[in-house]
Design a protein around this ligand. Structure first.
Ligand code: AP5
Ligand code: MG
Length: 203
C-alpha cells in the first residue's frame, strides 16, 4: 500500500506571464494535494458568462487584455482568498495578486498571520516565443476571447509593466523562487514538487 505523497509547503502563489502554465500546474497540484485553487481569471470569466455586475464591469478589460481595476478584483477575490487561507486546507493563487497594490492589500490582510500567509511565490519562467506559441495553439483549440495575436502581445506588455514588479516585491519578502516553466508539463510539476518539499509516498 502506498500512502499519498506529502508536501511541506501548502500556501503558494504562481506568478507568471500569460501562457506560462499557471492554470495547468495549479489544477494538477490542487487535485493531488487537496489545495484550494483560486484563479482570478477563471472567476472573472464566470462572472462575465453569468452577466453579473462584476462581469459587466470586467468584460471589456478582459477582451482587450487590460487588467480589471484593483477595486473590482479585490472585491471579488480578497475575502475568498482570506477564507481559503484561514481554512487550513492550503491554497494556490493563480493570477492574483497581479499588481503591487493587490499584493499590498493581500499582505495587509494576512501578513500578520504567518501561519496563513503565503509560504512561497513561484515564478514560472518561459521565453516569449514559447508563450506566444502556447497561447496561439490554445486559441485554435479553445477559442478563448483574449487569445488573439494582438491581445496576446498586449497581455505580455501588461505583464511586464504591472505584474513583473511583483517579483521584486516577493523577493524582498524572501518568498520568491524561480522554476523553469519551459519543460514538459510533467517536468514542471516535478520541479514544483521539489520546491514544495514533496516527500515520496511511504511504502
Ligand atoms: P488569466 O486567466 O489569469 O490569464 P493569463 O494570466 O493571461 O494566463 P493564461 O490563463 O492565459 O495562462 P496560464 O499561465 O494559466 O497558462 P495555462 O496553464 O493556461 O487572466 C485573464 C484576464 O483576466 C487578464 O488579462 C485580466 O484582464 C483579468 N485578470 C485576471 N486576474 C486579474 C487580476 N488579479 N487583476 C486584474 N485583472 C485580472 O497554459 C497555457 C497553454 O499552454 C495551455 O493550452 C496549456 O495546455 C499549455 N501548456 C501549459 N504548460 C505547458 C508546458 N509545460 N508545455 C507545453 N504546453 C503547455
Ligand atoms: Mg490561466
Amino acid at each position: 500500500m502506498h500512502a499519498a505523497p506529502h508536501i511541506r509547503l501548502h500556501r503558494l502563489l504562481l506568478l507568471a506571464p500569460p501562457g506560462a502554465g499557471k492554470g495547468t500546474q495549479a489544477k494538477r497540484l490542487s487535485s493531488q494535494f487537496g489545495l484550494q485553487h483560486i484563479s482570478s481569471g477563471e472567476l472573472l470569466r464566470q462572472e462575465v458568462a453569468a452577466g453579473t455586475e462584476i462581469g459587466n464591469l470586467a468584460k471589456d478589460d478582459l477582451a482587450r487584455g487590460d487588467l480589471v481595476p484593483d477595486e473590482v478584483i479585490l472585491d471579488m477575490v480578497l475575502s475568498r482568498v482570506c477564507a481559503a487561507a484561514r481554512s487550513g486546507r492550503g491554497y494556490i493563487l493563480d493570477g492574483f495578486p497581479r499588481t503591487v497594490s493587490q499584493a499590498e492589500a493581500l499582505h495587509q490582510e494576512l501578513g500578520s498571520e504567518p501561519e496563513v500567509y503565503l509560504e512561497v511565490a513561484i515564478h514560472l519562467s518561459v521565453s516569449r516565443e514559447e508563450l506566444r506559441r502556447r497561447l496561439l495553439a490554445r486559441a485554435h483549440r479553445e477559442g478563448r476571447a483574449d487569445d488573439t495575436r494582438s491581445t496576446i502581445e498586449h497581455r505580455l506588455e501588461v505583464f511586464d509593466g504591472l505584474t513583473e514588479p511583483l517579483l521584486a516585491f516577493y523577493e524582498r519578502q524572501g518568498l520568491l523562487v524561480t522554476v523553469n516553466g519551459e519543460q514538459s508539463e510533467d517536468q514542471v510539476t516535478a520541479a514544483l514538487l521539489d520546491v514544495l518539499g514533496a516527500r515520496p509516498a511511504r511504502v
